[in-house]
Design a protein around this ligand. Sequence first.
Ligand code: ZN
Length: 173
Amino acid sequence: MTGKTHATVGVLSTAALIILHPKGFEVGNIQILPIISLATAALGSYLPDIDIHQSALGRKYRIISKMLKHRGFTHTLVMPLCFLLLMYVVAHYMSPFSMLVIGINSLLFGLMFGWILHIFADMFNKKGVPLLFPITNSRIYVATVKTRHRSEYVWLALYIVCISILVVWLRFL
Ligand SMILES: [Zn+2]
């Protein structure tokens, strides 16, 4: 999938969370305001492809991209779990500063959510993702959508339709 598709999925899905939970929600005991998460959702959706040497991010951070194999470590759930862990650390050690905690954790949630959605979207491509790392390195995919092909845009349109139906169903029906 292209960076634009990933960013669109990340931003639209976070917008859906804003409509569904305008006053926020909790992850564990951690308070999240999705309107703040919107600021980092696109970045979280872009970052996993820093492992592509030709990508805009990969060219900018060549040293990092050269160290990484495409669809390796950045396409596992390790980084999203790190963000979640960081959210717990922030909530635990900064608890007296509640507004700051909500702000930082909402930004971290945006990164985590965007990152997970990136991995989810890449599962629809034949290259797959090592979702079950470190249990196995084998790549998992559920469809054969081609990048920069008509099928990618059809997939994106279907995703937007599904999200819209879900939002209307959960919020308004
Ligand atoms: Zn990717």
